[in-house]
Ligand binder design. Sequence first.
Ligand SMILES: [Zn+2]
Length: 467
Amino acid sequence: MEKGSQWIDQKVQELCGLSKTIWEYAEVGLREEKSAAALAGYLEKEGFSIQKGVGNMPTAFVASFGQGKPILGFLGEYDSLAGLSQKTVPTREEVVPGGAGHGCGHNLLGVGSLASAVALKKEIEGGRLKGTVRFYGCPAEETLIGKVFMAKAGVFNDLDAAITWHPWVVNGVWGGQHLAMNSVRFAFYGRTAHAAAAPHMGISALDAVELMNIGVNFLREHVIQEARLHYVITNGGGQPNVVPAEAEVWYYMRAPHRHQLEEIYPRILKIAEGASLMTGARLEIKFQVGCYDYLPNRVVSEVVLDSFRKTGAPKFSEEDFVFAKSLEQSFTPGQKLSVLGASNIPPEYGEMTLHTDVAPFYDWGKTLPGSTDVGDVSWITPTAQLTAATFVMGTAAHSWQATAASGMGIGQKAMVAAAKAMALAGYELMSKPDLLKRAKEEFRKNTGGKPYVSPLPPEMDKPQMQL
Ligand SMILES: [Zn+2]
């Protein structure tokens, strides 16, 4: 693996530059044209073959190098977040007022995974490693779209394992489970009438929305404690003296495991149908997106963690610490401990400003109260997620503080550390058949050997909208 890691060392400037370019593009989900082109272009120059537009998304692609088995995939993301434009300074200053920014560090995520893929390519090219390495260009993670539609298109099916990472406050490996989720809009259609003069002539679509919500609120008591059902009324009619002919409510439904959600979701559909029957308003179900819970593979996760220990945590400069200390001043009182607590990170980490070590597993078997489309990949192939300290300790995800760190030395040094660790882990997995065999045995045990079934309705083969 020497040549591969040497390549990363030689290209540090170039890789950091690429991550900065994507940070500047700050393109939101499904609009990442320039970011996807920059990553795909880089890989093409390195000799990867590129398949564009996978999953019916113009900004999704698969880059492949090598031949035959084993096939190892690195997952990359590059979408930004609306409203999080921020300069690389430790106080709130936007680049573009109200603009988008990389408040989840996906500019680093894409380039870090790309660097690992190219490092392994150097090994394959030099005849020191056999098999195929892939980089998956996954758009629109923030809206849980990219990998779900790519998975439905079958692009992960022949993988032997997948490795990805996420910018975070700790150097380590995520073992926690994210939640399975469905996002669905329920639209009701009735008939307008004068609300005072002829209410008997009207059919209120808003009544149907309200009755549906009442039904779901009663259902709450009879679903598992860990389920989450939340909604917003996106259309409640125009004005009180017109019976609303159209109304819509948008639900997120979540549970720790996909099979639990599959049990709850049909009951919600029945409630929606009931509201339609009660009011006479026609119901239209607009499925937006759904995803699996994350199933971490212990064997692959251990390989990634061991590799990270060998390649080492990022080495931050004096300047980085000065920046971090100053940025910390912007945290709200109690923020550090609350961010760490919500992410199952031991409270003693709160005494640090930047994490400079590699943490042991700290959240294995625990639940992380969010959702990610890496979940779908993890039910198709053994998967692990590294995290690297690209952010100042206590930074909330999706914040301007995260955007700031993602565009400067702190984020970039952690990205390079992540790339080296993932490259070594990939090398280990591809060169030691026994590791992949054990990873697959564990995977079969955890999935019960059942094939992945897309959470999307059968006829849905491309994203309907941006959330
Ligand atoms: Zn993210």
